[in-house]
Structures are given as C-alpha cells and as structure tokens.
Design a protein around this ligand. Sequence first.
Ligand SMILES: [Cu+2]
Length: 218
Amino acid sequence: MPQVSRLFVLVNMVMLGKFSAVLSLVVVAIIAIDGSIASASSVNETKVQAGIGNSSMAMIAYSPNQVEIVSGQSVTWYNPTAVAEPHTVSFILDNTAKADLIGPFAIPKNASLSPLVPDSNSEPLLTPDGTAIIAVNKRAFNPIVIDSTDGVIPLNQNANYTLTGTEKYVNSGWLLPKGLEQTYPGSGNTFTVTFQKPGNYNYLCLVHPYMTGTIIVM
Ligand SMILES: [Cu+2]
C-alpha cells in the first residue's frame, strides 16, 4: 500500500477513536519501513561523486551536480572512478583569488630535475631560456583556503573544512580514486565541507573548468 494511503487509513482509524493507543508505535514503524522519511530527518552528510564511471569509461562531471542542504550540514566529494583522472572541488568566491592550474616558476640555470614518479613518461617543460619551469600550481594541487585577508591556509589531504562564507578561495586539492593517489604524490581522495551560511555556492574543477556544480544552502 502506498505510503500516503497507509497514513490516510491510519488517520481515519484514529479519528474513529479505536486505535489511538497504538498510534505512536505504528507511526514509528512506518517511518522505519520508509527509508526516505528516515533519511530526510537523520542524514547530515551528502555525498557527491567527483568524476563518474567505471574501469572502461570515465565521465568528467559531478554527480549530483546540484545539491540542496540546510546550513550546518556537510557535503563530501570523492572520486569513485577506476582511472587516475584528477578532479578538484574549488570554490572561487572572489575572482582575484583564483589559482591557475599551472604557472611558470623561476629555477636556477642547470638545475637537475627528475620525475617524482619513476617511469611516469614525464619531462619538465622549461621556458626557451631555460630559467623557468612550467609547473603545477601548489594552490591548485593542494587543499588550501585563502581567507578574507588573503591569508593562505594549507589544509591536510582529505580535508574536512567548515566554510564560513567569508573565504575568497577554497580548494579540495587533487582528488584521485582511492588507491591511485600516488599517481600524483600528495593528492587525496575526499573533501568534506560543512556550510554555515545560506546561499548558492558554485564550484568547479580546476583541471576541467567545464566541470561545475552548485551547493544550495538553505
Ligand atoms: Cu575534473
């Protein structure tokens, strides 16, 4: 019997004055049977996939890409795929604090550079004069927050961060599938944010800027 019909019958029985003593017990039983009612009142953390797919196909998207929560609740992103495609969850709340994925950095001439991961088929890209290396930006690679005073706050991998809404930039760091984090040493697998202030929070992946999502905090 559908949920609404069961409740309707129950209410009618109670109105007849015959079953009021068991009302609370029956309501508890119905709530226990119906998972949607139970979860709506008890779940305090929403999970979002950063990357979708399996071993033969990976999609560059968040799922679900729009989530509604109430202030005080948390969202956890994780990379569930089987391929080592990195994603970030990056809130750019002030455009002046956006971190580019890569950037040129000066290095001493004749510096010796070797790949961090042996046999990774990688080679540093130098500028033509050999004084700068085009490298991944730490502020796009690592979990990091830039606060309202431009303070740079490093977070741990797989961070759990409480967002007040005053930040300029909040980044998850690179999220790799569990067990494949060492493809890019220092990357993580999850990122959890607790939202304190109501509003619409748009975010994107710095590796794939067309990969976007929204958290609506009521
Ligand atoms: Cu991505």
